[in-house]
Design a protein around this ligand. Structure first.
Ligand code: SF4
Ligand code: SF4
Length: 476
């Protein structure tokens, strides 16, 4: 008889979400509905409303946020960036990155537990639906471990059916940030043959959302997310973390252990229990399955569920709340917590500088993007009238939401005259680049020693939108 191969097991637990044989350990966290849970719930629903509603909001005729990759246009609350706005885009991304550094140094992983869509949707949309359909944690565990009965098939089918519908809606909302709702609604009214790109994109996005919230869940935080990996280098002993106070809690002991130990004998120190009654409520409520009493761990997403759970137990055993609390490692060691420290100050100063640079760049950006150059491969020509003519090329982009007409005029030298090739005033549609050519002619007697600077102006409705300059060429 063939003996089955031995199951390889790790000598110690590597991840709480994996068994020692490497198989997935499904989490059944018990919600702890304390004050922090309620605050997260309010914030979570506000964020969901914001995420779902934002693509419908328009500012200046454009969606509040539109990341149009195909058109290479990125709109944020009335500010539209193009690939030529590299500096602005770079400063913006650096500002976002520094904000993450700054917030993490001060408040640890508060983003993960309170603001990240992964946590918000999982804890306040998918898990409540799961509880509603399959019951509480014990019932769900039993259902999962039990045979495939008719009831199990109905409950599982219903749950995953609802998950699929929600994932479809979230995927459409997500894609609306990239294409806008108008285009999305238009595609939705077409058949897959007419809009194959839309159908492929929606199937893939829905499948990813469905897989993430239906199956992958907390593994996104513990295995995949890069922020979890580098957060430890952003924090120090003064950063706020969710932590168990071992000075107060240890040695832990269950009610039975305390009863068996008999009355406390503090005189000779033989029996002395801390406040932790070893009830395990903090572990049962943890969505990543860790025991916070073992110290700060990479898997902790600072959701504060264990704080609520432990506070409830402390109330029940008539002890002060806060055995698990938001605190710093220094505070736990009875040392002062310093808010203003070199790393926070450095992040803060750089953040202020970057924000000021960003605001300065936006203010001085102007409504028109202008690129003026000499027509490629040209120097100058002499016209039949004997004037010196330079051929220049404009690349213009109207950054506003309205179509406008722009006139090109000469500012200096006064003797120069401009002639636009094609329609003048130039039609500039909102957002799209326009290329035009202009001829600048100068009487030769006004052109000293081979060349001189030229300044033009682009005028829209009597208002000067840009004053580009370039060097004119002429005979020596
Ligand atoms: S240890 Fe506490 S704060 Fe951290 S993930 Fe678990 S329940 Fe949330
Ligand atoms: S919930 Fe509080 S009392 Fe219960 S095991 Fe956790 S730390 Fe100890």
């Amino acid at each position: 008889m063939n003996t089955p191969p031995p199951v390889l097991e790790s000598p110690e637990a590597v991840l709480t979400t994996l068994g020692r044989d490497g198989k997935r350990r499904w989490m059944y966290p018990t919600p702890s509905k304390g004050s922090k849970y309620r605050a997260r719930q309010v914030l979570g629903w506000a964020l969901i409303a914001f995420f779902v509603g934002l693509p419908w909001v328009k500012i200046g005729g454009r969606p509040a946020i539109l990341l149009d990759i195909a058109a290479r246009e990125f709109t944020f609350f009335g500010l539209t960036l193009h690939p030529t706005d590299t500096l602005l885009l770079m400063v913006f991304l650096l500002t976002v990155l520094l904000s993450v550094f700054f917030v993490t140094a001060l408040f640890g992983r508060v983003w993960c537990g309170w603001g990240c869509p992964q946590t918000v949707y999982l804890e306040f949309v998918y898990r409540p639906i799961e509880r509603l359909i399959e019951g509480k944690e014990g019932a769900r565990r039993k259902l999962d471990q039990g045979p495939w009965t008719r009831e199990k098939m109905i409950r599982k089918g219903l749950k995953y059916g609802v998950f699929l519908l929600i994932s479809l809606f979230l995927a459409h909302t997500f894609v609306a940030y990239f294409v806008g709702w108008e285009r999305l609604l238009e595609w939705m009214g077409k058949s897959p043959a007419e809009a194959p790109g839309y159908f492929v994109m929606m199937i893939l996005t829905t499948a990813l959302v469905y897989f993430d919230f239906g199956f992958f869940r907390e593994q996104m935080c513990t295995i995949t997310c890069p922020y979890a990996r580098f957060q430890s280098v952003l924090m120090d002993r003064n950063s706020l973390i969710v932590s168990y106070d071992p000075n107060r809690g240890e040695p832990r002991g269950t009610a039975r252990a305390r009863k068996q130990a008999g009355p406390l004998n503090l005189e000779d120190g033989t029996v002395s229990f801390g406040d932790c009654v070893d009830c395990g409520a903090c572990v049962r409520t943890c969505p990543t399955g860790i025991d916070i009493r073992e110290g700060l761990q990479m898997e902790c997403v600072a959701c504060t569920q264990c704080i609520d759970a432990c506070n409830e137990i402390m109330d029940a055993v008539d002890k002060p709340r806060g055995l698990i609390r938001f605190t710093s490692e220094n505070a736990l060691d009875q040392k002062p917590t310093r808010v203003a420290r070199p790393r926070v100050l450095a992040y803060g100063v750089i953040l202020v500088l970057l924000s000021a640079t960003f605001v300065g760049l936006v203010i001085n950006r102007g409504p028109l993007e202008v690129d003026l150059a000499r027509a490629s491969g040209t120097t100058y020509q002499i016209t039949n009238d004997g004037d010196v003519a330079n051929r220049l090329r404009f690349r213009l982009r109207n950054r506003t939401a309205e179509e406008v007409h722009a006139e090109v005029r000469v500012v200096s030298p006064e003797a120069a005259s401009v002639q636009v090739v094609g329609q003048h005033p130039i039609l500039l549609p909102a957002g799209d680049p326009v290329r035009i050519e202009v001829w600048i002619t100068m009487p030769p007697e006004e052109m000293p020693s081979g060349g001189m600077p030229l300044t033009l102006e682009l005028v829209v409705d009597g208002e000067v939108w840009a004053t580009p300059s370039i060097g004119l060429m002429g005979p020596q």
